[in-house]
Design a protein around this ligand. Structure first.
Ligand code: ADP
Length: 297
């Protein structure tokens, strides 16, 4: 077996040219997108997908052009939540057209391509060692999706990130400094701790400076989801978590969103934001959207 230093240049793989070609296709595909916003956390199950979809819905309700890329390839939630499960991928004018929600949000989610009972396999040329290929294949796939779909003219493209602090940073690396971050937590010390770690990891990356390949990503702020429980019977927000009220996260708070069982039901059924009635939860989502737009501009 050849050692690393026995291989001359790229070993004939043209890997650098291939990466540069893909990067050019991605830049071309995203040329019409004004803002790239990644919604992450580090923690799973805190409402990243729910907030991504409903912030997209609230932006759309304000007349903005929005799309979502569900970057959680092996745990895609957007297909079901956005109601594009089983949507057909059809050719557009020059690339693949994006499936759309009933309120006009373009959505790419792996959940439109594979059923919920199947998992996405990343084939490896070294059977049994697929973990060494996984991240590479995952980001190659993300690059292909960015390069192959018609994102068109958009005000905001939202990325629904998978859980994991380390992966949040990897996405920042891949998406580059033009992508801003919104982090999602719930009011528990466990969740806040993981999100604080993501903030620290993103800041450490930022401190590497602009000279290297890693540029700084803007952190727009965090959203505290499930900040209380919305009781429809008494139309009031009740406490849900017994954690200290104030988070110590060192980025701005974009707002809080209560837990609403009706919202969870609607997510399961793919009912869009446009059909949410005027409740404190809808108003909270709207307030977060307003603050997000202010911060972006
Ligand atoms: P994540 O993307 O962080 O893994 P999800 O968005 O999938 O989390 O949320 C996990 C579950 O909690 C989903 O079933 C979702 O519908 C529900 N959920 C999240 N936030 C709320 C909320 N504010 N009100 C009601 N249900 C919520």
């Amino acid at each position: 077996m050849k050692g690393y230093h026995d291989i001359v240049g790229d070993g004939g793989s043209r890997i650098l040219e291939q990466v540069a070609e893909q990067r050019a296709r991605i830049n071309d595909g995203l040329a019409g997108v004004r803002h790239l916003v990644a919604v992450g956390s580090g923690k799973g199950g805190v409402g990243k997908s729910t907030l991504t979809l409903h912030l997209a819905g609230a932006l759309r309700a304000r007349g903005l052009r929005v799309a979502i890329l569900d970057a959680d390839f092996n745990g895609p939630s957007q297909a079901r939540m956005a109601g594009v499960q089983g949507a057909l991928f059809v050719p557009g004018s020059h690339k693949v057209s994006l499936p759309r929600t009933s309120d006009g949000i373009g959505v790419f989610s792996m959940g439109s391509l594979i059923s919920e009972s199947a998992s996405l396999e990343f084939a490896s040329t070294a059977p049994g060692e697929s973990q060494t290929w996984r991240a590479t294949r995952e980001f190659a796939l993300l690059g292909e999706i960015l390069a192959s779909f018609e994102w068109g003219a958009l005000d905001v493209l939202l990325f629904d990130l998978p859980p994991g602090t380390e992966r949040t940073v990897q996405y920042a690396d891949f998406l580059g400094p033009q992508t801003s971050f919104v982090l999602v937590t719930i009011p528990s010390e466990v969740s806040r701790g993981v999100v604080a770690r993501s903030v620290a990891a993103l800041l450490a990356r930022r401190s590497l400076g602009e000279g290297g390949s890693k540029g700084p990503n803007r952190m727009l702020g965090y959203v505290e989801n499930m900040s209380g429980y919305y009781c429809r019977d008494c139309n009031a927000i009740k406490p849900l978590f017994d954690a200290p009220k104030q988070s110590t996260l060192e980025i701005p708070c974009l707002g809080t969103v209560p837990f609403d069982p009706e919202l969870a039901r609607r997510c399961d059924q793919g009912i869009p934001f446009a059909e949410l009635t005027d409740t404190p939860v809808r108003r909270a989502l709207n307030d977060v959207t307003g603050r997000l737009l202010e911060t972006l501009s």
